[in-house]
Design a protein around this ligand. Structure first.
Ligand code: LHQ
Length: 262
């Protein structure tokens, strides 16, 4: 098993730690494969009810390992579209389609695809010292890993264009103020605060949380009529879940609910 992504399951939370700290956790092929396999496990394993993603060392993730494709070595230009198709896009789709919450703790710099993987997660905490850098334009690339989609929707065109074209670092505080992430927190408490949220979600009514995640994502491209229908369908499913019966029973019995995620 690869040690480029550390994987640990506890209390229903699957913790994934990007682990190439000497390269600021930039992606090589091994780490791509390991991350995708870990998120696939979150899809397949009923014991996983939330995912927690962070990085080891002083950075979260610096995007693609640029040393992997050193142009000084000569040869044909690399097919970066293929890299996206083979690695980044499947991982992004797995994160967005997972019917369980993905919590991200951005522990330091998040650059290039690293920034956009963080932004694609459901709830993002960042250390106050962390920076988000759309580094792509500095090396002649376009913002990938869902960047053009998520940034334009979350920030609107003016900020999305300036952020990606100027490639200036965005502080965690500004990212929070701009609505790009949930919270900027003290460096010392980042892991603990983000993990409290992950554990809370993992012991929560995860069946309904999965439906909520999907609805909010679909709202970006649905009309109001489509969304009202989607809410009706989802509420119908939620109303038939064991979690709903348990939630209402616990409320009426004035006790803590014990959700099972079904
Ligand atoms: C790195 C990297 C890195 C290798 C730091 N690679 N070593 C998709 C499709 C296919 C291919 C192309 O890409 C993509 C998507 C992308 O992600 S493109 C964008 C790729 N990422 C970047 O352009 C960011 C490059 N890194 C940086 O600009 C800086 O390292 C940042 C601003 C992230 C951090 O700066 P510092 O805090 O000053 O750290 P540093 O630069 O000193 O980095 C520490 C070490 O990590 C250093 O190694 P060394 O052996 O000198 O200590 C860096 O070379 C290495 N490193 N990022 N992406």
């Amino acid at each position: 098993m690869s040690d480029t992504v550390l994987v640990d399951l506890a209390d229903g939370v699957l913790s994934l730690t990007l682990n190439r700290p000497e390269k600021l956790n930039s992606f090589n092929e091994e780490m791509h494969i390991a991350l995708r396999a870990a998120i696939q496990r979150a899809h397949d394993d009923n014991a996983v009810r939330a995912v927690f993603l962070t990085g080891s060392g002083r950075g979260f993730c610096a995007g693609q390992d640029l040393g992997d494709r050193d142009p000084r070595k000569g040869g044909a230009a690399p097919d970066l579209g293929k890299t996206l198709e083979t690695f980044y896009n499947p991982t992004l789709r797995l994160i967005r389609s997972l019917d369980k919450p993905v919590i991200c703790a951005v522990n330091g710099v998040a650059a290039g695809a690293g920034a956009n993987i963080a932004i694609a997660c459901d709830i993002v905490f960042a250390a106050k010292s962390a920076r988000f850098i759309q580094a792509f334009s500095k090396i002649g690339l376009i913002p990938d890993a869902g960047g053009t989609f998520n940034l334009s929707r979350i920030l609107g065109e003016p900020r999305a264009k300036a952020l990606t074209m100027l490639a200036e670092p965005l502080s965690a505080q500004d990212a929070m103020d701009w609505g790009l992430i949930w919270k900027a927190v003290d460096d010392e408490t980042l892991q603990a605060e983000a993990m409290v949220a992950a554990r809370k979600l993992a012991s929560g009514a995860t069946f309904g949380l999965g439906l909520t995640k999907r609805l909010i994502q679909e709202a970006a491209t649905n009309t109001l009529d489509q969304q009202l229908d989607a809410e009706k369908d989802a509420q119908q499913k939620a109303g038939k879940s064991a979690d709903y019966a348990e939630g209402v029973t616990a409320f009426l019995e004035k006790r803590q609910a014990e959700f099972k995620g079904r």
